[in-house]
Ligand binder design. Structure first.
Ligand SMILES: [Zn+2]
Length: 859
């Protein structure tokens, strides 16, 4: 729960009723509520002039709105420069204060008002809502906007809150050779002198400021079949995009057809474009009618596996779903962020499952979604799905695994409880009733209740409003060959008295026949399953077959023993994946020795043919080796993992598995023999059969060699820089060098991370884990405290996900109890904002666990 110490709302209430004696900071909820009640019928007519290399864009705006009662109005505008303003034809002398412009009452009137403003907005490589990307491959330049959650007001004066939707008309003046893209189709293009074109876009339907966007530069459009979304890419990547990106257009076209019929609502905007943006801060951003996708998520820099391609499809479908969930119906405030993110995530999987029925999509959902959710939700820093956001300047903190991973997992549980048809019909009702408007979570819950006839208040209260998660324990016994007793009990992982409404599918598993599945609803602390008569004694019990329920499902000791022994014989891939997941949860909960997990992985991995399961086992093994076991145990296991990786990389029958093991070798190699293999791959003496390595594959190996301080790493790094002089190559060289075990380098990078405004944010973000290479905790420990102290500045200046990546990288670079104590001492010191405190508690959980596991299992 987030409580701010300064009673901002009091200041606003007083100010609104008289005049704005003092502008509030950010956009407090009360101000937003007040404006939403007073202001309507908002129309923005905006013109931006973009010039190559200019540090600002000059802007003109005509803003019209209806005012209900006569009073002064606050417009949001921070960071930009105001040049002139008038209200209803009369010039105004406005002074920006705390990110607002106060339109004085005496220049306004009830009914329609017209405000005209001239201004300038900054354009920079980082830290601004108008970002300039310099393409070092052909020295061309691109400019794009990214306003979510409240940065539109850094670019132009506006009502920067999601429930004051406006109709936008945009004019962009840009060099004639540039392509310009925005939310709507182009209406007209007029030459301005010989060098520039003024492009006008059609008026948008009502959309919130955070969904308004444009991109400009020498983009090229991929050709597409009629009815297929357009795809734009920078011109230096056009050739690659022609070869690799048409699948993205196809999945978007098929997805659009599926979603229109699933929601019984046609695509809500007049066209759909996707624009590939290099180094975009997010995987994608669902601007109405013009989604931006991170170029690297589509044009893979490392040789992709089948699973990587499906993850790309999930991304495309996620952003596409937002056109309905988020864009057509928008949450009223960012406390309901899950309404759009939870659904986009859930529906992306649901759509892929329908389009690609052979792909075992719900297994993928479990693998990609659940671990992230549980990892945060079992920490003391977790929050409810619904998060109070008293001020929009805190909206960034609402983003994270709780809305992106827990919310879709909880929706999957709800679909199981209600049935798929009722679930779908409720979504249809909700979209129909709130089209082009705003809604809150209880609107959705009411739709579910109306359609299903079920009361969901307890369900919603627990899953939406309460933080944390249940752990489910099973106990059972047999008499002779009969199951004689079976009980379930739940407790809250964080130790509260909460009881969670759970619905699950319990599996009684047998060695030589199919399991018996039982549907169980658990709405109490404990339950004794009745009617066991004649049930054969199972070999083990797993309580969350098919992964319908959300919670921690550990195996009871008797079942775990059997699973460890017989896991290799579990042929059902989804079940095998769930059991492996449960064993890993036992390791992280200090119940199963990491050594036992590693031994099991070594025994079963050679025969594991599923790409994503193999990938997760390799990654968990790396975590166990690098964090949980002693150096002696590590040196015992590492050569075996290296040998296995090298063998599987060369001899696995599937291409995807060979790629997984190639990456595994890069992550696990640390002996001189293992590192020697990485060098042989780089110099071409060793290959991954059938796989053409890409630039990032090579750079990852270079990073690993530098990270391990290999004696030849410096020369290899220099050679790779020589070999790859592309724009990407410059970024990856920067990333790789952060891994050098050299205190002068660490000092230089840390300074650069915090104080170099010209350094693109994604360069830094990608360097954080190399800087904190797992074996360099002694070198990086001195930066831990500084990294924590930089958090307020990072929260203000960086894009949404940066802060958590920063924290995770610096804290997880450490494994010792001393570092753990240092983070907790920092948490105990005064003056940390509550929101940051929760983020630190989330991030330190893994270090707490590492220390606990090391204490529990000394080897
Ligand atoms: Zn999203």
């Amino acid at each position: 729960m987030h409580i701010r110490i300064i009673p901002v709302s009091l200041i606003v209430v007083t100010a609104l009723s008289v005049s704005f004696a003092e502008s509030p900071r950010g956009i407090p909820r009360d101000l937003a509520r007040h404006r939403a009640a007073q202001i309507s019928n908002v129309r923005y007519r905006l013109a931006f002039a973009l010039s190559p290399q200019a540090a600002t864009a000059s802007g003109e705006e005509e803003l019209r709105f209806d005012l209900k009662t006569w009073e002064s109005v606050l417009l949001d505008f921070r960071d930009g420069r105001l040049l002139s303003a008038s209200a209803n034809g009369v010039a105004l002398a406005l002074k920006p204060e705390n990110g607002h412009l106060e339109l004085p009452m005496e220049r306004l009137r009830p009914g329609e008002n017209t405000i005209s403003i001239r201004f300038a907005a900054a354009i920079a490589a980082a830290g601004k809502p108008l970002t300039r990307f310099e393409d070092h491959d052909d020295n061309s330049e691109y400019i794009y906007s990214l306003f979510v959650p409240m940065d539109a007001s850094m670019a132009f004066p506006c009502f920067d809150q999601p429930d004051l939707k406006g109709r936008f008309t945009l004019d962009l003046t840009a060099p004639v050779s540039w392509t310009v893209i925005s939310n709507t189709p182009i209406q007209s293009a007029t030459p301005v002198g010989r060098e520039q074109t003024r492009t006008r876009f059609a008026e948008t339907p009502p959309i919130p400021t955070y969904l308004f966007a444009f991109a400009a530069g020498p983009f090229r459009q991929l050709s597409a079949a009629p009815g297929t979304p357009a795809l734009y890419v920078r011109k230096s990547k056009f050739g690659r995009a022609q070869a690799e990106a048409p699948e993205v257009q196809q999945i978007a076209a098929r997805g659009s057809q599926y979603l229109s019929s699933f929601f019984a609502a046609p695509f809500p905007f007049s066209k759909y474009d996707m624009v590939l943006i290099p180094g975009l801060a997010y995987g994608g951003m669902e601007h109405a009618g013009a989604t931006f996708l991170r170029e690297e998520s589509v044009l893979f820099r490392a040789a992709p596996t089948h699973s990587d391609l499906l993850n790309r499809d999930i991304l495309v479908l996620h952003e596409l779903t937002h056109q309905w969930f988020g864009d057509l119906v928008t949450m009223r405030w960012f406390d309901d962020l899950w309404l759009k993110e939870g659904f986009a995530q859930y529906m992306a999987y649901q759509t892929l499952a329908a389009l690609e029925p052979k792909e075992n999509v719900w297994k993928r959902f479990y693998e990609s979604i659940k671990p992230d959710a549980y990892a945060i939700d079992s920490t003391k820093g977790t929050t409810p799905i619904y998060q109070e956001i008293p001020n929009l300047e805190d909206a960034k903190s609402a983003y994270g695994a709780i809305v992106y991973s827990k919310a879709p997992a909880v929706l999957k549980q709800l679909a199981f409880v209600l049935g798929d048809d009722k679930f779908r019909d409720a979504l249809r009702l909700y979209l129909k009733e709130h089209a082009y408007g705003n809604a809150e979570w209880n609107d959705l819950i009411q739709a579910f209740e109306r359609i299903s006839g079920k009361a969901l208040d307890t369900w919603a209260e627990m899953w939406i409003r309460h933080r944390g998660m249940p752990q489910l324990d099973v106990s059972w016994s047999c008499q002779g060959n009969q199951l004689s007793e079976l009980s379930l009990s739940q407790h809250d992982v964080l130790g509260s008295a909460d009881v969670w409404p759970l619905a699950m599918q319990l599996g009684l598993n047998y060695t030589n026949r199919e399991p018996v599945l039982m549907r169980v609803d658990l709405n109490t602390k404990a339950l004794k399953v009745p009617d066991l008569n004649k049930t054969e004694c199972p070999s083990f019990i797993f309580a969350n077959e098919d992964d319908y329920a959300y919670g921690r499902f550990l195996l009871d000791p008797r079942s775990r023993e059997v699973v460890v022994r017989e896991l290799g014989e579990t042929r059902d891939l989804f079940r095998r994946t769930l059991l492996w997941g449960s064993l890993w949860d036992s390791v992280r909960d200090s119940e199963l020795a990491p050594r036992a997990y590693l031994a099991l992985a070594l025994r079963l991995l050679p025969a594991e043919t599923d790409e994503t399961l193999a990938r997760s086992l390799v990654s968990h093994s790396a975590t166990a080796l690098h964090r949980y076991v002693s150096p002696t145990t590590r040196s015992e296991f590492v050569p075996q993992f290296e040998a296995l990786s090298a063998d599987r990389m060369s001899r696995s029958s599937g291409l995807d598995l060979r790629i997984v093991w190639f990456r595994g070798l890069g992550a696990l190699a640390e002996t001189s023999e293992g590192l020697g293999r990485l060098k042989e791959i780089l110099n071409g003496r060793l290959s991954v059969p059938g796989v053409e390595l890409r630039a990032l594959d090579r750079w990852n190996l270079v990073t690993a060699l530098l990270g391990h301080g290999d004696p030849e790493a410096g020369a290899i790094f220099t050679a790779e820089k020589q070999r790859d002089q592309t724009g990407d190559g410059q970024k990856y060289a920067y990333v790789a060098e952060a891994a050098r075990p050299d205190s002068a380098i660490k000092r230089r990078y840390f300074e650069d991370f915090l104080h170099n405004p010209a350094r693109p944010e994604d360069w830094i973000e990608q360097s954080l884990f190399a800087f904190n290479y797992w074996n360099q905790s002694e070198l990086t420990a001195p930066y831990l405290k500084n990294a924590l102290e930089a958090l307020p500045h990072i929260k203000d200046d960086r894009k949404i996900f940066f802060l958590m990546n920063w924290l995770t990288a610096f804290i997880e670079g450490q494994q010792s109890s001393a570092a753990d104590a240092e983070v907790h001492a920092y948490l105990d010191s005064s003056g940390i904002d509550d929101d940051l405190r929760l983020k630190i508690l989330q991030a330190v959980d893994e270090l707490d666990r590492t220390v606990a596991i090391r204490r529990q299992f000394s080897n």
